[in-house]
Ligand binder design. Structure first.
Ligand code: NAI
Ligand code: A1CAB
Length: 272
C-alpha cells in the first residue's frame, strides 16, 4: 500500500483488529490509513485514540477505501453486503474477505456486482506478524493476487491455494491456532501437576512448542525425524508419548480438524 491508499476493515472484531494491528506493526500503513467499522463503535475507542478512523457507517468507510476487508461472521455477511453495495466501485476497489465458508462467487452474487474478490484465511497471530494465511480467488487479476500475497506476507507466511480448499484452510490454520494453544495449555497443566508454578509451566510449555515448530520450519525437518532424536531407548519420552497415543493424542487432533472443516463449510450456507 502507498501512503495515499486507504483500507476499510468492516466488522472489526477478533480477526479484523488483529489484522489492523499487524499491518501497523509491520509498517505497511499508518493507523490513519485504516477505517475500522463495528456496530458498537464505542468498543473501538482505544483504536480511535491510536489514530485509526472508527465508525459504524460501513457505507462511508467503503466510499473512501481502496481495499475493503470483509471481517464479519458468515451469518452477518449478507446484511453487510446489502448495506455497502452502493459504495462499491468494481473498477477501482478490491474486496478481501476473511469470512469463513463464503466463496468469491457467493459475494459477487449477493452484491450483484462483478467486483474482484480475494479470499484470505489468516489467524490471530497476524497481530504479531506470525500468521499462516491462505489466499484464494476465482477472478483476481495477477496484480491483485500479487498485492494480496505481498500484503499478507508482511504479517506472516502466505500460501495460495485453490478456493475449494479454503474451508480446510480455515480448520488447519485459522482454527488451528486454538488447537495448538490448547495443547500448550494442556502441557502446562501437566507441568503444574509435576511441580511448576502455573506461570512458569506455561512459559516453559510455550517456548518448548515454539522450539518444536522452529525445528520443522528452520530445518525443513519432519516431526518423526525430530522425535526420534528425543526418544531415548527405554526412556521417559517414548513412555509419555506412547501413553498419549494410547489415549488418542493424534487421533483427537485429526478428528477435531476434520470436524472444524466440516463446520466451516456449513456456517454461511446453513444461514441462507
Ligand atoms: N477469529 C479468528 O481467528 C478468525 C476469524 N475468521 C473469520 O472472520 C470473521 C470474523 O470472525 P471474528 O473476528 O472471530 O468475529 P467477531 O465477532 O470477533 O468480529 C466480527 C465483528 O463484526 C461486527 N459486525 C457484525 N455485523 C456488522 C456490520 N453490519 N457492520 C459493522 N460491524 C459488524 C461484530 O459486531 C463483531 O465485532 C468470521 O467470518 C470468521 O470466520 C477468519 C480467520 C480467523
Ligand atoms: O471459529 C470460527 O468460526 C472462526 C473461523 C476460524 C477462526 N475463527
Amino acid at each position: 500500500m502507498n501512503s495515499q491508499q486507504h483500507i476499510a476493515i468492516l466488522g472489526s472484531g477478533n480477526i479484523g483488529l488483529s489484522l489492523a494491528k499487524g499491518l501497523v506493526k509491520a509498517g505497511i500503513c499508518k493507523p490513519q490509513q485504516i477505517t475500522l467499522t463495528r456496530r458498537n463503535v464505542g468498543a473501538l475507542s482505544a483504536y480511535a485514540e491510536m489514530g485509526y478512523h472508527t465508525t459504524d457507517n460501513n457505507l462511508k468507510a467503503v466510499r473512501k477505501a481502496d481495499y475493503v476487508v470483509l471481517a464479519v461472521l458468515p451469518q452477518q455477511l449478507n446484511k453487510l453486503l446489502d448495506e455497502i453495495r452502493p459504495s462499491i466501485r468494481p473498477e477501482k476497489q478490491l474486496l478481501i474477505s476473511v469470512v469463513s465458508g463464503v466463496s468469491c462467487a457467493d459475494i459477487r452474487q449477493q452484491l450483484d456486482l462483478n467486483v474482484q474478490v480475494i479470499r484470505a484465511m489468516p489467524n490471530t497471530a497476524i497481530a504479531i506478524g506470525q500468521s499462516m494465511t491462505c489466499i484464494a480467488t476465482d477472478n483476481g487479476t495477477p496484480k491483485n493476487i500479487n498485492f494480496a500475497r505481498s500484503f499478507f506476507e508482511t504479517v506472516g507466511v502466505t500460501i495460495q491455494i485453490n478456493e475449494e480448499l479454503m474451508t480446510s484452510a480455515t480448520a488447519l490454520c485459522a482454527c488451528g491456532i486454538a488447537f495448538f494453544l490448547r495443547s500448550i495449555r494442556a502441557a502446562s497443566q501437566g507441568g503444574t501437576e509435576i511441580g511448576f508454578h502455573a506461570h512458569d509451566a506455561l512459559k516453559m510449555a510455550a517456548q518448548t512448542a515454539k522450539g518444536a515448530a522452529d525445528l520443522l520450519l528452520q530445518l525443513s525437518s519432519h516431526p518423526e525425524q525430530e522425535i526420534d532424536k528425543v526418544t531415548s531407548p527405554s526412556g521417559c519420552t517414548i513412555a509419555g508419548l506412547n501413553e498419549m497415543e494410547h489415549n488418542g493424542f493424534s487421533s483427537a487432533m485429526i478428528k477435531g480438524i476434520k470436524l472444524s472443516a466440516a463446520k466451516a463449510g456449513d456456517l454461511y450456507h446453513k444461514e441462507q
